[in-house]
Design a protein around this ligand. Structure first.
Ligand code: PXP
Length: 240
């Protein structure tokens, strides 16, 4: 069964909107686990717009797998080495974006990424690189000896939101399927995520070789209506 990591950033977005102490991302993470999540994901952004350093420390103490998304900067590396999440997913980060818009350009940033990947791995942290489903990015990720790649499913998701875009949806699914195969052949383990929701997740689940999906926005949005535990349980059912 493909695993589900729930990204709880937007619980913190809500808290930060009023600069209050609630809702608590750690309490939300516990509900996610009760609903059937296999792990928790959070993104510590450089501008700290949602998740704060203290959230990551507390999330790390939960008895579950924590995947910390972060930019490849010396400051973030220092934090990760101190907090020691189970896994770090390195993502590109732009201040002005609403969400992580594209994959990491591993080809371009190979030299800068190499020592960061090595230092994280040396301290026992698994490293995943968030990349677009493109062969050259996968080849470079394998060259860096990353443990995982996470395939950016944003283009597939965008195509799936528009009714009648079946040929684009099919094309993007094929790209993700091929990229998964290529990565596995090169010794990389494969996760996927971004923009996945209750409707479009089914076709991604059918791709062989993907170990885990990381899903945030659609689950948090649904939780406003049905509660966090139910929202996660519904996603688990959609993934069957
Ligand atoms: N995976 C990565 C690497 C991400 O940066 C994000 C967004 O924070 C997600 C998955 C989840 O995307 P969404 O919130 O669209 O489900």
């Amino acid at each position: 069964m493909i695993r589900l990591g729930v990204n709880i950033d937007h619980i913190a977005t809500l808290r930060q909107a009023r600069q209050e102490n609630f809702p608590d991302p750690v309490a939300a993470a516990r509900e996610c686990l009760a609903g059937g999540a296999d792990g928790v994901v959070c993104h510590l952004r450089e501008d700290r717009r949602h998740i704060q350093d203290k959230d990551v420390i507390r999330l790390c103490r939960l008895k579950t797998r924590l995947d910390l998304e972060m930019a490849a900067t010396p400051a973030m590396l220092k934090i990760a080495l101190q907090i020691k999440p189970d896994m770090v997913t390195i993502v590109p980060e732009k201040r002005a974006e609403l969400t992580t818009e594209g994959g990491l350009d591993v080809v371009r940033h190979r030299q800068a990424l190499k020592p960061i990947v090595e230092k994280l791995q040396r301290s026992g942290i698994l490293v995943s690189l968030f990349v677009d489903p493109e062969k050259r990015q996968i080849v470079e990720s394998a060259g860096l000896l990353a443990d995982f790649i996470e395939l950016h499913t944003g283009k597939y998701a965008r195509a799936s939101y528009i009714k009648g875009r079946t040929s684009s949806v099919k094309r993007e699914l094929e790209k993700i399927g091929l990229a998964t195969q290529q990565a596995r052949l090169m010794g990389l383990r494969v996760n996927a995520g971004h923009g996945l929701d209750y409707e479009n997740v089914g076709d991604i689940v059918r791709i062989p070789g993907i170990e885990e999906l990381n899903i945030g926005f659609s689950i948090i949005a649904r939780s406003v209506i049905v509660g966090m535990k139910n929202a996660v349980a519904e996603m688990r059912r959609a993934m069957r």
